[in-house]
Ligand binder design. Structure first.
Ligand code: LLP
Length: 477
């Protein structure tokens, strides 16, 4: 809970979520810290009832700390909001590229969400996590897992067909391959959806914009008639829906409303070609708060905007409401996790800059160096210490650009202090690398005072696990 002592408002307390009513929780994507964050009597940050400095003592650092409560609340807010604002059927599928691992998939599956996967590896992880169709038969796997990708391999398509998920077809090569494979498959018709590029611009980083016409994803709108004609002539393919995604970390609602309208218009056209299109997938993209300046709409506000646009467009075209699918990643998991680092060396360059280095960096969070993403941090073991200096938080990789936060306002730190970076649940672990042969960190899920490892820390042995030393090199010369 937020401290009432005004002198503490500038310290680590300033990021605590303001929760005055458990019935009416904030939207996780609008918070900088997970919803369960508190400061305990030892002046340490606690998440899920676990003291961050104790977690680091027990599990080492860097450490991803995932708050199960926040993740579950985000799932529920999406589901409840669709139930409130959309009169037709709806489904939320988790864009597992944001963070794919067994435990995350299990939690999300248990909240009744489906999955968007973009590779054989993500599909495999989801299946191994136990994601199934509803055994009562009401919901088959095809309604639970959706397979994306702009260059799926024949092996991936085979796995997708055999597992029974719905394949979101991106391009002509894939369509041809699928038509042939589906005809030979043990079970057909194979359920597919078509990914279209809507030509909608939105304000986000160029690398994470996908809906504008100059994008590598999806069929260009100029090809729609030809694609619909072709698909309508493939008895082994069952085109159940249309999909589009306009980008990620988006704060405006209008682009998604525009997208909803375009998709409904295309649904009408698809039906004119005799395609049984009953699902519209509007993609993901709702942004989260990384810094105080970020002001994303709440999950409920976003859902209301999209749902009302689909309903209005269906009314306009006199179409029955489709099953409306959204596939958020970042706004489900981004704010549910923090990364704890141990502070090490310090370099003071008079009149220029002070660097403090942590024991991780661009290998566990490549977002700052890739997208110039901004983050906030706090010192977890001294939450009330006054903010007294501006420093640059550097990683430990052999690269000058490996800076996690430029000009962070922090208390004076010592080596051994625990620095916590906020909002690291999305696209951190999933984009982590072994650069400099630094092992990927461990991750724990925390809830009500319990912490469980969900990803083991990679060891030196792991770093050479895939290495092979050919015999002829061993004794060379
Ligand atoms: N659906 C599709 C087809 C997508 O391509 C994506 C994200 C999503 C859903 C989920 O979008 P979200 O709700 O998470 O915004 N690595 C970048 C983000 C790349 C997003 C890729 N596609 C980053 O770290 O910002």
């Amino acid at each position: 809970m937020l401290s009432t002592d005004p002198s503490l408002q500038n310290s680590g307390h300033r990021y605590l979520p303001k929760i005055d009513n458990l019935e009416n929780l904030p939207s996780p994507n609008q918070e900088l810290l997970p919803l369960s964050a508190k400061v305990n009597r030892s002046d340490c940050l606690e998440i899920g009832g676990c003291d961050l400095s104790k977690l680091v003592e027990q599990f080492g650092s860097p450490l991803y700390v995932l708050d199960e409560f926040t993740l579950r609340i985000a799932c529920r807010q999406y589901r409840d909001s669709f139930a409130t604002y959309y009169s037709g059927e709806s489904q939320i599928i988790y864009a597992s590229k944001a963070w794919s691992c067994l435990a995350v998939c299990r939690i999300i599956d248990s909240e009744g969400l489906g999955f968007d996967v973009v590779s054989g590896g993500e599909l495999y992880t989801t299946l191994k996590a136990g994601v199934k169709g509803d055994l009562s038969g009401a919901e088959a796997l095809r309604d639970r897992i959706y397979f994306h990708g702009n260059n799926k391999s024949a092996d991936e398509l085979h796995l997708a067909i055999e597992s029974g998920c719905t394949i979101i077809v991106d391009n002509w090569l894939e369509l041809d391959m699928l038509a042939a494979m589906a005809a030979r498959a043990s079970q057909h018709p194979v359920p597919i959806m078509l990914r279209l590029t809507p030509g909608i611009e939105c304000h986000t980083h160029e690398y994470i914009r996908t809906g504008h016409l100059d994008s590598k994803f999806g069929f260009d709108p100029s090809q729609i008639d030809t694609v619909f004609t072709y698909v309508s002539q493939q008895p082994a393919l069952n085109c159940v829906g249309l999909h589009a995604h306009i980008g990620s970390q988006i704060f405006e609602r209008q682009p998604h409303q525009d997208l909803a309208e375009v998709l409904v218009e295309w649904m009408k056209k698809a039906q004119e070609y005799g395609l049984p299109v009953k699902k519209l997938n509007v993609g993901g993209g709702l942004g989260i708060r990384y810094t105080e300046e970020d002001d994303p709409p709440a999950i409920a506000q976003w859902v209301e905007a999209v749902a009302s646009a689909v309903e209005a467009a269906c009314q306009h075209y006199q179409l029955p409401l489709p099953q409306l699918i959204a596939e958020p990643g970042r706004s489900l998991i981004g704010s549910a996790c923090v990364t704890a680092y141990t502070i090490g060396s310090r370099k003071e360059i008079p009149d220029i800059r002070t660097y403090i280095a942590v024991d991780g960096g661009m290998s566990d969070n490549p977002r700052p160096i890739t997208y110039q993403s901004l983050y906030r941090a706090l010192v977890a073991n001294r939450m009330s210490a006054p903010l007294s200096e501006t420093v640059t938080v550097a990683g430990k990789h052999c690269e000058s650009g490996d800076l996690l936060i430029k000009d962070a306002l922090l208390p004076k730190t010592e080596p051994g202090d625990i620095l916590v970076m906020l909002s690291t649940g999305a696209y951190n672990y999933s984009m982590a690398s072994n650069y400099n042969r630094i092992g990927r960190p461990a991750a724990v899920v925390v809830n009500q005072g319990e912490a469980n490892v969900i990803l083991k820390r990679e060891t030196y042995q792991d770093s050479i696990r895939q290495d092979r030393l050919p015999e002829r090199l061993v004794n060379f010369p």
